[in-house]
Design a protein around this ligand. Structure first.
Ligand SMILES: [Zn+2]
Length: 252
């Protein structure tokens, strides 16, 4: 299975079949620490739901998460790797846990009034509380262009934060003041999940999107000296951010 088109969303391809807009489900799976799952789908893309990962988190928690006897495998960053693509930057650096920093840079009045940067150590608890509910966002002008191309047909203010030239169109406003940058972190968590290992390292993104994040993973996998695959025999030797068991996670 390979990652295909990343212009608007991340698409997986295998045997001539494509499934797009997978990133928010991937983020939910990563945030909950799920690394063995079957997803059945009867269409070409995942439903966008409310534009965040929260509905997928709710469904996964409702279905239940089971521990398995095999040791979980982790990919630990041991040397920095970075990529620049069309003015965006993304990097992975060694860190004893899983941390993400992100910086937005849009020349737009709404972004000038909201937090551009966030840095969060990602645990199952912090993912649920601070990341999972952040909705995707977009610009009205892009949305109207997509409609003309027969894309984003289901797009509405129910599944995205939409901006015109000067303001947020959703009457309810943002869920949290830093929802924009938190959503970029949500996306990065999902993109990094495609490594197929839990990541021990620090992701830093500047304007990076799915394409840049995927390019970073490809560069990482082409740089064997930058990482190692490891397991831990006992929970006490795990990095602190991985020590939370599912039993500590509550449905909100
Ligand atoms: Zn997203």
């Amino acid at each position: 299975m390979t990652v295909g088109d990343t212009r608007m969303a991340t698409t997986l391809e295998s045997g001539g079949v494509q499934v797009s807009t997978i990133e928010h489900l991937m983020s939910a799976l990563a945030g909950l620490g799920v690394d063995n799952v079957t997803v059945e789908i009867d269409g070409p893309e995942l439903p966008i739901m409310d534009g965040s990962a929260a509905p997928f988190v709710f469904l996964l928690q409702s279905a239940g998460i089971e521990g398995q006897p095999n040791l979980k495998k982790f990919l630990r960053i041991v040397k920095p790797v970075q990529i620049e693509l069309d003015g965006a930057e993304a990097s992975l650096e060694p860190f004893d846990g899983f941390k993400l920093s992100y910086t937005l840079d849009y020349d737009h009045p709404v972004f000038a009034a909201h937090e551009h940067r966030a840095c969060i150590e990602c645990t199952s608890v912090s993912f649920l509380k601070e990341i999972s509910r952040a909705r995707t966002f977009g610009f009205l002008a892009d949305y109207e262009r997509l409609k003309m191309l027969n894309l984003a047909q289901g797009g509405s203010l129910d599944n995205a934060v939409v901006l015109d030239e000067s303001k947020i169109l959703n009457t309810e406003g943002l869920r949290v003041a830093d929802e924009f940058v938190k959503h970029k972190i949500l996306d990065a968590v999902g993109d990094l999940y495609l490594l197929r290992y839990s990541l021990i390292g620090w992701f830093k993104g500047y304007k990076s999107g799915h394409g840049t994040n995927n390019g970073l993973l490809r560069k990482l996998l082409a740089t064997p000296e930058a990482f190692e695959i490891i397991s831990f025999d006992d929970e006490a030797s795990l990095p602190p951010s991985f020590r939370h068991s599912e039993a500590e996670i509550e449905v909100h």
